[in-house]
Write a protein that binds this ligand. Structure first.
Ligand code: NI
Length: 137
């Protein structure tokens, strides 16, 4: 059967502060810039989920997009949308919520919900210009 990628977009808004406790305030501000603002700040994150698999002969689908929509709603939006990632989520209580780390966390959450016959790739846009991809070959 032919393989194909199915892509679903989603978005959520969340606040964060990037910080390394081992560093001075000066170093944190130098490395993390505006993202080290002590009273936090927000981003409108745009997420792209790419699911790769074979087209099912009976449905003509790679995957029913309702399944992906439900996973995104229940596992990502309900968990992260309108949250302070540092304070409101267990995932980032100890993990710096950079786009890189958020992408890995999202990947791991969705991977657990998705049939293992599918390959999964995540793209996470933190701003209009900055994006990370995971996993990367
Ligand atoms: Ni930021």
């Amino acid at each position: 059967m032919k393989k194909m990628a199915v892509i679903r977009k989603a978005n959520f808004s969340a606040a964060h502060k990037l910080w390394n406790e081992k560093w001075s305030t000066e170093k944190n501000k130098a490395v993390f810039g505006l993202c080290a603002n002590e009273n936090v700040h927000g981003h409108n994150y745009n997420l792209e989920l790419k699911v790769v698999g074979e087209i099912d002969a009976e449905t003509g689908y790679v995957i029913d997009l309702k399944i992906i929509k439900k996973i995104i709603k229940e596992e990502i939006e309900d968990r992260f949308d309108h949250k302070n990632l540092n304070l409101d989520t267990k995932e980032f209580a100890q993990l710096n919520p950079t786009a890189e780390n958020i992408a890995i966390v999202i990947y791991d959450i969705i991977r657990q919900q998705l049939d293992e016959k599918y390959a999964l790739y995540i793209k996470l846009w933190e701003t209009e210009k900055n994006c990370v991809e995971y996993p990367y070959p």
